[in-house]
Design a protein around this ligand. Structure first.
Ligand code: FES
Ligand code: FES
Length: 157
C-alpha cells in the first residue's frame, strides 16, 4: 500500500506492506536509520519518534497509521555536521557507550526540555523511564540532560 507522510518537514511516499511498522518504513523505505530497532516490542524506547508532536515507539505504530500525518525523527535534530545541543551534551557528558539507546534518549530529552527547560531529577528520570540503556547506568545520561537544560536556559537552542 502507498502511504504519504510528512517526515522532518518533507512530504514523502512509501510503498509498504500493510503490516509494516513505522520504524521499518523509516529505516528501510525512507532511508532514515537513526531510529534504532532494539526490541521491536515497545519495551526499550530506542525507536522513539514524534508522531504529530507526541512521542511514540515507532516499532508499535503501523506505517499505515502515519498516513497523512507528521513524523519527526532524530535526523531532524542535527544540521549537516552540526549536532543539536542535546546531542553535544550527550557526547560531552560521556552518556554514549554502545549508542544503541542514544537516538531514542536524545529524542525523549529534546521533547522534555522543549516542554520544561528546568526539570528536576525526578522529572528527568520519569521522562526517560521508557528508554532503556544497557551500558551507562543512567548517571551520565542524567548529567547530559542537566548540561542540555543549562544550555537551553542560556538560549543556545
Ligand atoms: S525497538 Fe521500539 S521500543 Fe524497542
Ligand atoms: S549506550 Fe549502550 S544501550 Fe545505552
Amino acid at each position: 500500500m502507498l502511504i504519504r507522510l510528512r517526515v522532518n518537514g518533507e512530504w514523502r511516499e512509501a510503498d509498504v506492506w500493510p503490516g509494516s511498522s513505522l520504524l521499518f518504513a523509516l529505516r528501510e523505505e525512507l532511508g532514515l536509520p537513526g531510529s534504532k530497532n532494539a526490541c521491536e516490542q515497545g519495551e526499550c524506547g530506542s525507536c522513539t519518534v514524534w508522531l504529530d508532536g507526541e512521542l511514540v515507539c515507532s516499532c508499535l505504530v503501523l506505517a499505515a497509521q502515519a498516513h497523512e500525518r507528521t513524523v519527526r525523527t532524530v535526523e531532524s535534530l542535527s544540521e549537516g555536521d552540526r549536532l543539536h545541543p542535546v546531542q553535544e551534551a550527550f557526547l560531552e557528558a560521556g552518556a554514549v557507550q554502545c549508542g544503541f539507546c542514544t537516538p531514542g534518549l536524545v529524542v525523549a530529552v529534546t521533547d522534555l526540555l522543549e516542554r520544561d527547560p528546568s526539570p528536576d531529577e525526578l522529572a528527568v528520570r520519569e521522562a526517560l523511564a521508557g528508554n532503556l540503556c544497557r551500558c551507562t547506568g543512567y548517571a551520565k545520561i542524567v548529567d547530559a540532560v542537566g548540561l542540555a537544560a543549562e544550555r537551553r536556559r542560556e538560549g543556545a537552542w
